[in-house]
Design a protein around this ligand. Sequence first.
Ligand code: SF4
Length: 293
Amino acid sequence: MENKKPEWLRVRYNMREVNAIYALADGLELNTVCRESGCPNIGKCSKCGSATFMILGKKCTRNCRFCDVDCGAPEAPDPDEPRRVADAVKRLRLTHAVITSVTRDDLPDGGASAFAAVIREIREMTSATVEVLIPDFRGDREAIDTVIRESPDVLGHNVETVKRLYPVARPQAVYERSLGVLKYVKDNYPSAMVKTAFMVGLGETRDEVRELMRDVRETGCDLLTAGQYLQPSEDHLNVVEYVTPETFADYAADARKMGFLGAVCDPLARSSYLAADLYRDALAVREKNGETR
Ligand code: SF4
């Protein structure tokens, strides 16, 4: 496939602002998904008062074929990391903090207690709203409860791609297990905004994407983001298609028709793209509908 990126995927941003975030993160020995995954939106998000911190190290115990995060033997969790994350949220005056992690299948609770500690620290040190993007914890309900108990404002878990592509794209994940995580959270923590994200351009059909969106909506999931897959390196899956902005607009319209409270479907969208706006807009829709869940 012609590897030249179409015009709509070319972004320009002010590196000075971006470097300021990186410098602070380095100073606090913190990792950001923004850098680890080479996110094209760093320039925009930093302006919107949100950033995404990646906890529990830089090494993932899985090896998804679309992901730029290193895989291998991870370091031991750092008990001081939650305080440093909260400190960074405070110093950056973030109004909405997004916390994610590599997948730690090596830890008994998959890292759930670290997520819980970070939420507590941010709550103690700032008034920021907190969004967590959790791995599937291998479907461990107790681990999910550990995070739910800290009442994050948004609780997300990514389905990433359509069911047919799981064996090639994320072989250590299970489609039904990921849907199960979303459903379990919504059933047991109805007031939370539950969110998921997926990427397109890996060879999925339009119908498969709509089936995925229906499956996700049936779990009670409220928020959705969908973006274009970009190949991190030659060692990763090839881009099969650069999906047009018009098709993304169709997906956004489908999401609204399916009853999602909010959806960002855009070639540049990533899990936490415009996360603060998506959350606040969805809250307003929920209030307008007189709903509490
Ligand atoms: S589990 Fe997450 S961090 Fe790990 S390789 Fe897959 S997408 Fe990347």
